[in-house]
Design a protein around this ligand. Structure first.
Ligand SMILES: [Mg+2]
Ligand SMILES: [Zn+2]
Length: 202
């Protein structure tokens, strides 16, 4: 990728399982299916507000195939997204930009059925954000909780941090434990010193 003069490092951050908690429904672990089910991961607001204070752009990068799979309407998906940001704002933490992939290769909704370039583990959303927001990918970090996140981050040329927790379907939790990543954390608060070090050395 071409180096853009004046480009800076960003904190890319996954949503489900990192910003908001996954939910154990009767059908199993899933991302929130209704706005009223949204709960923040404890301490994530501190990570984000820390980055806000450092003037590090915070960019959410999320796969949201629920609309494509007809599990929810676009309106509900937007309301859930809005609730996540609202809860953060109430705690003084701001997501500067949000990039979402709504596609799925096996979508039921035909206009979202697509093998796209933006669904993680592909790095499309990170690359698009870098172009639009003048982000230097090599100075950036991706904080995620799944193997797909750190793979997308690595393919984009970012440093990667995986937050390991067990609030998800078992195979994804297991995959995350063995994902190839630069840093692994088990408490979200540990992200702050790790990100600080990455930005110091960048
Ligand atoms: Mg996640
Ligand atoms: Zn996509």
């Amino acid at each position: 990728m071409k180096i853009v003069p004046g480009a800076r490092g960003a904190l890319y951050i996954d949503r489900d399982g990192v910003i908001n908690r996954m939910i154990k429904y009767a059908h199993g672990w899933d991302c929130p299916q209704k706005p009223q089910d949204v709960q923040l991961v404890k301490g994530i607001e501190k990570v984000i507000s820390w980055a806000n204070k450092q003037n590090i752009p915070v960019v959410e990068i999320s796969n949201q195939p629920g609309v494509a799979k007809r599990n929810m309407s676009q309106k509900t998906s937007d309301a859930i997204e809005g609730k996540v940001h609202q809860l953060l704002r109430e705690k003084g933490a701001v997501i500067d930009n949000t990039y979402i992939c709504f596609h799925h290769p096996q979508a039921i909704v035909s206009k979202l059925k697509k093998v796209c370039d933006c669904r993680k583990p592909k790095p499309g959303l990170l690359l698009k954000a870098a172009r639009e927001l003048r982000i230097d990918l090599e100075k950036s970090v991706f904080l995620g909780d799944k193997a797909n996140d750190v793979e997308a981050g690595r393919r984009a040329g970012c440093k990667t941090i995986i937050f390991i927790h067990n609030e998800d379907v078992e195979h994804k939790v297991e995959e995350a434990k063995y994902a190839k990543t630069d840093y692994k954390i088990v408490k979200i608060s540990e992200a702050i010193p790790v990100i600080e070090n990455i930005f110091k050395s960048a």
